[in-house]
Write a protein that binds this ligand. Structure first.
Ligand SMILES: C[S@@+](CC[C@H](N)C(=O)[O-])C[C@H]1O[C@@H](n2cnc3c(N)ncnc32)[C@H](O)[C@@H]1O
Length: 387
């Protein structure tokens, strides 16, 4: 096994709980192979841990362990079993959940989602790409999946100089899979849809939203109706809007499957729709805002923040007194504190007073690893308009 020396700064980062060492923190790197598992030592030659090495990405080392332990087939098996054990309760409640969440499960750059026994695998670094065959064998041995599809078309793989590819590599995967979330049926399309088929990270927020939703509801950025169909169960009427025709078609189909007659879905740009609804004096009792990430880097944070403020301000103006706002950001770069500031600014400009009922994050199958802030990206704030 090759040994890679890292700066004391890099070693300290790992000892404080992070799992990444950047290329700038490598010291006199020896020849390590792309994707190999290497030993990392600090400047005084103390052992720091074992990590995937990348010869391309700025993230040069992704740590798998800080223990001096062999990383063999049994090691991978144990890590996968641990992931499944942590999600045993979730798997009792729904058949669509994230089985492995990368760094947060100490399996850096590996993501596995499960849809009714069909596994969707992403290996997003040279290291995880290199062990993919072994991972697939272990998944088959441990969990007996109906199929395994690799969805390795994410652009981050280009930073690792890896090809983009997507294919079913075990069993047979249907184009569409029916899943059940909290008693609601959804058809998901991992092969063609957004994310790996569904926004599994919002599953528990659907339930939180449903607890307080009422009256006339609006779900902005509805996708295939995740929030919408949960809210339609408890609201008088529900309107879901999305800019994507395919998303709206999927939401309508899901509505039919659940025989929810009080829900309608329309193709629209949320920015325009909110403006037009305000102009025509429309009012709602519940509004969901779950936009795509408006900023994916520090450089675009200001314009991203403006986008969040605009939709929140417009939604607040449309809410009746006592109305509920469920507002989300999936931008890692917008911290919870920043998001609350944006919401507060929007309330000031909208001349509304809001009380925060809940501050939430990703569903518990997407845990946040302390020491790795990058694992915390989704923020969901539930607020009530008090006047
Ligand atoms: C984060 S996803 C929403 C996920 C959804 N709420 C769920 O729980 O499944 C963002 C959605 O916003 C849609 N979208 C992006 N820009 C939009 C816009 N300007 N107006 C309306 N929809 C938009 C995308 O098509 C995508 O479906």
């Amino acid at each position: 096994m090759a040994t890679v020396k890292i700066s004391n700064r890099g070693a300290q980062r790992i000892r404080r709980g992070h799992l990444w060492v950047y290329r700038s923190d490598l010291r006199d790197p020896q020849e390590a192979e792309a994707g190999a598992i290497v030993d990392a030592i600090d400047e005084a030659a103390n052992f720091v841990g074992r990590a995937f090495y990348s010869d391309s990405s700025e993230i040069a080392l992704r740590f798998l362990t800080t223990r001096d332990e062999p990383i063999d087939r049994d090691w991978w098996r144990t890590r996968l079993r641990n992931c499944a054990q942590r999600r045993a309760q979730i798997a009792n409640e729904t058949n669509a959940y994230r089985l492995v969440y990368s760094e947060a499960d100490l399996l850096s750059s590996i993501i596995i989602d499960v849809y009714d026994g069909h596994f969707i695998l992403q290996t997003l670094s040279q290291g995880s790409d290199r062990i993919q065959t072994e991972l697939v064998e272990l998944l088959v041995e441990e969990f007996g999946p109906k199929s395994i599809t690799e969805l390795n078309d994410a652009r981050v793989r280009q930073l690792e100089a890896l090809e983009l590819r997507a294919a079913t590599i075990y069993g047979e995967a249907p184009q569409e899979i029916e899943v059940n979330q909290q008693g609601i049926r959804f058809l998901v399309s991992p092969h063609t849809g957004q994310k790996t088929g569904a926004f599994l990270d919002q599953r528990e927020n659907y339930l939180a939203a449903r607890r307080v939703a009422h009256g006339r509801a609006l779900d902005c950025f509805t996708f295939n109706g995740g929030f919408a169909l949960h809210l339609a169960k408890v609201c008088d009427t529900l309107l879901g809007i999305d800019i994507s025709q395919e998303a709206v078609a999927a939401a309508r189909r899901n509505r039919e499957m659940n025989q929810l007659t009080n829900a309608t879905f329309e193709v629209a740009n949320v920015f325009d729709a909110l403006r037009e609804m305000a102009a025509s004096g429309e009012r709602f009792d519940t509004i969901v805002l779950d936009p795509p990430a408006f900023t994916k880097s520090r450089a675009t944070m200001k314009s991203g923040a403006r986008g969040y403020k605009e939709i929140n301000l417009r939604a607040m103006k449309l809410l009746n007194p006592g109305g509920i706002l469920i507002t989300c950001t999936c931008s890692y770069h917008i911290s919870e504190a920043m998001f609350l500031d944006i919401i507060s600014d929007a309330a000031t400009d909208a001349r509304r007073r809001l009380q925060i009922i809940e501050r939430r994050g990703q569903s518990s199958d997407h845990p946040v690893l302390l020491g790795v802030p990058e694992t915390h990206y989704l923020k969901c704030v539930i607020a009530r308009v008090v006047e």
